[in-house]
Design a protein around this ligand. Structure first.
Ligand SMILES: Cc1cc2nc3c(=O)[nH]c(=O)nc-3n(C[C@H](O)[C@H](O)[C@H](O)COP(=O)(O)OP(=O)(O)OC[C@H]3O[C@@H](n4cnc5c(N)ncnc54)[C@H](O)[C@@H]3O)c2cc1C
Ligand code: SF4
Length: 332
């Protein structure tokens, strides 16, 4: 591993300044959260920054109630603390369930909210520096298309890249329309989810809309009373310590047997946490029945363009959407 310098930032502005100073030196500076993804990628030689700016000691490491009735989650908050927070568990159970479904207890104790959102794809070619990969080495090719793509994308992929975004946490955040707070060299701004992550197109090396030096400082959950009845369901190859093959975050507001409102997002199917807007539109005003759920899921997945070895994900995603929505109806 290339030698690197380590700096610990005390607040957001000094983190942004330290990262800019490292970049100006030509060293290549990056933010360090819990390091559970970044340090692995450094060991593999996928990335080799010259300066790590530790942002785990920033003051933004807890949950605050917002004036509008939502929650503001600090980017430095550890995943375990987020999942266990009583307000998160009560108001947004799908978020707690998604975080707990990810990684292991030890990793969740280290991993931060900001780092979780920005973890890189688990595509095996991306992690293997002896192989071409357009995301790691732009223009080198995408061996996954004709190779191992069983767990890669079925929606929104491009000729250049068929990777999936790996975060479980990001899926309920996309369903909720959470707002990501950013401090950058040009000042502060906010990006609503799912707009943080981007489809690969011709530039798969860019996972997100963030600019160099942008620091995630917080994630704001909007008030959504019916999210108190929400659920995250994850299908994976083994019961723990495995990334999603397909996952669904859903919240459902049902009155007199009819769907008043709903939120649905899919994980494991795209380069971004996929907000199922077509399914949501189809469901609003429909009866809360298995037939309506199946129709809505089918409308969403009609846009899927799977590869030969991951076509199974399309019916799997449809079934997981239906089962999750039925669970919510049965629990209400
Ligand atoms: C064995 C294993 C199994 C796993 N299983 C799952 C799983 O099932 N589901 C799942 O969702 N995840 C899983 N993970 C991934 C894990 O959740 C991530 O590694 C973790 O969330 C990353 O958080 P971190 O704070 O350690 O980020 P880091 O590794 O420190 O950083 C990740 C990236 O984010 C950047 N960064 C960090 N903080 C900020 C910030 N505030 N602003 C801007 N940039 C920032 C870093 O520069 C880096 O590019 C697994 C990991 C391992 C090792
Ligand atoms: S799918 Fe994306 S990450 Fe995987 S090899 Fe192709 S370009 Fe690289």
């Amino acid at each position: 591993m290339r030698p690197f310098a380590y700096e610990r930032a005390a607040d957001a502005r000094s983190a942004v300044a330290a990262r800019a100073a490292g970049a100006a030196d030509g060293a290549g500076a990056v933010y360090l959260g819990g390091g559970t993804n970044l340090v692995d990628l450094m060991r593999l030689g996928v990335v080799s920054p010259g300066v790590l700016v530790d942002v785990t000691r920033l003051p933004s490491d807890g949950v605050e109630e917002t004036a509008g009735g939502g929650l503001l989650i600090g980017a430095a908050m550890r995943n375990s603390d987020l999942a266990a927070h009583p307000l998160v568990r009560r108001r947004y159970p799908m978020l707690t369930q998604a975080v707990v479904a990810g990684a292991s207890g030890q990793i969740r104790n280290m991993a931060t909210v900001g780092g979780n959102l920005l973890q890189r794809t688990r595509c095996s070619y991306f992690q293997d520096v002896t192989k071409p990969c357009n995301k790691r080495a732009p223009g080198s090719g995408c061996p996954a298309r004709n190779g191992d793509h069983r767990n890669l994308a079925v929606i929104g992929q491009s000729e250049a890249c068929v990777a999936t975004h790996p975060s479980d946490m990001a899926v309920p955040l996309a369903a909720l329309g959470a707002v990501v707070h950013i401090e950058g060299p040009g000042g502060a701004r906010q990006v609503p989810m799912p707009g943080l992550h981007r489809l690969p197109g011709d530039t798969p090396e860019r996972d997100t809309v963030l600019e160099p030096g942008d620091l995630i400082t917080a994630v704001e959950l909007p008030p959504l009373p019916f999210a108190a009845r929400s659920r995250y369901r994850k299908v994976r190859d083994r019961a723990s310590f495995a990334f999603a093959v397909v996952s669904v975050a859903a919240a459902l507001d049902v009155e007199d047997g009819m769907v008043k409102d709903c939120r649905i997002a899919l994980g494991g199917v795209a380069h971004i946490p996929w907000r199922a807007e077509r399914a949501e539109s189809a469901l609003r005003g429909s009866p809360a029945t298995e037939a309506a759920f199946a129709q809505a899921a089918a409308e969403e997945l009609a846009q899927a363009t799977p590869l030969p070895h991951n076509a199974f994900k399309v019916p799997l995603a449809r079934n997981v959407v239906v089962r999750t929505l039925l669970d919510l109806v049965e629990a209400s």
